[in-house]
Design a protein around this ligand. Structure first.
Ligand code: UT7
Length: 326
């Protein structure tokens, strides 16, 4: 076991709510279709003057307040995001600026919706190796800025938000029992933002072609997601030498209720143990797991010694799962 402790969690969710009924007025869709096919009812949308680092800074502030510490006492800031403030520098550096802190290492993890679990894996290794003592791991996204609001196949799915966890050295038996992470870059073109990077720099043509927005083969993503998410968590449960029955709380990446259900069933975890914040927030990519974790924590669903299973999949294709003794 890798001895670490998530001493506090936090979140920041923009105020503006966009409901399925609102979307009915924007594209040819219906509340019924979105609810049945995805499980989503509404999502949050960042204000015009808010970028991903504002959301991340808000989540870190909340988590630090809950931990009773000052953000300046962190010795690492790891941000999982696909919707960076700028191509460079990292959103983690912009987050430092928004928090008015400096000195500690700050870096982004580009692993799509798996970004928070990738970040947690890195933070765990840094703490266990003795390199760091107190790291904020954040998942934050402003998906609304990379959505084609005329494409009903994608615009109904996503939302904005951020969640954070403060990770320190272990306390008692707390720690990561086992984890599983991986990627298959051959699947990159099934879910990506084509333009804006070195492959296809911004041009009038790229803007006209809506190439700066999410391009996704939904059905293909769906199939890979079920296999990747359930595969990662099943392997992690096995490596932890526990069973699905032993898991007290199950937090899958919140993209589609049908994918979450398939992962839960394949992992052998009872339905009442699964956290579901998808109806309220939609798919916030890297932010879904830390926001769901924070809401579970606030609701008192995690007690010392409980076993928490988290699992994700995302663009890349990436996947990850962690079994944590709380
Ligand atoms: O974090 C990773 C991000 N991505 C995902 O998690 C996406 C994974 N994929 C999915 O969640 C599902 O594939 C979707 C929710 C995107 C789509 O659900 P589906 O059951 O796979 O539907 P479909 O793409 O097979 O489309 C079925 C029908 C089509 O109409 P026809 O061709 O049968 O007449 C679509 O045009 O539904 C239509 N459709 C819609 N209708 C109303 C697609 N989007 C919408 C919509 N409203 N928003």
């Amino acid at each position: 076991m890798k001895s670490i402790k998530i001493v506090a969690t936090g979140s920041y969710l923009p105020e503006k709510v966009l409901t399925n009924n609102d979307l009915e007025k924007m594209v040819d869709t219906s509340d019924e279709w979105i609810t049945e096919r995805t499980g989503i009812k509404e999502r949050r949308i960042a204000a015009e003057d808010e970028s991903t680092s504002d959301l991340c800074a808000g989540a870190i502030k909340d988590a630090c307040a809950n931990a009773g510490i000052d953000p300046s006492s962190l010795d690492g800031v790891i941000v999982g995001t696909s919707t960076t403030d700028t191509l460079f520098p990292s959103t983690a550096c912009w987050t430092q600026k928004k928090l008015g802190i400096k000195g500690m290492a700050a870096l982004d993890v580009s692993a799509g919706c798996s970004g928070f679990l990738y970040g947690l894996e890195l933070a765990t290794s840094l703490i266990v190796s003795g390199t760091s003592k107190r790291i904020a791991v954040v998942g934050g996204e402003v998906m609304s800025r990379v959505i084609n609001w005329k494409d009903r196949r994608t615009c109904v799915l996503f939302g904005d938000g951020a969640g954070a966890a403060i990770v320190t050295e272990g306390v008692g038996d707390s720690g990561v029992l086992a984890s599983n992470w991986g990627a298959d870059g051959n699947l990159a073109p099934i879910l990506y933002q084509p333009a804006g990077g070195s492959q296809q720099p911004a041009s009038h043509e790229s803007v006209d072609a809506m190439a700066h927005t999410v391009h996704m083969e939904g059905n293909t993503v769906f199939k890979h997601a079920v296999v990747a998410m359930s595969g990662a968590v099943t392997k992690a449960i096995e490596a932890a030498e526990v069973s699905g029955d032993d898991i007290d709380l199950f937090i899958p990446h919140q993209a589609n209720m049908r994918i979450m259900e398939a992962a839960r069933q394949r992992a052998g975890v009872d339905a009442e143990k699964m956290v579901n914040v998808l109806p309220k927030y939609g798919n916030m990519s890297a932010a879904t797991i830390p926001v769901a974790l924070h809401e579970s924590n606030l609701a008192g669903r995690l007690k010392d010694g409980d076993l928490l299973a988290m699992t994700a999949f995302g663009t890349g294709f990436t996947w990850g799962a962690s079994i944590v003794r709380w």
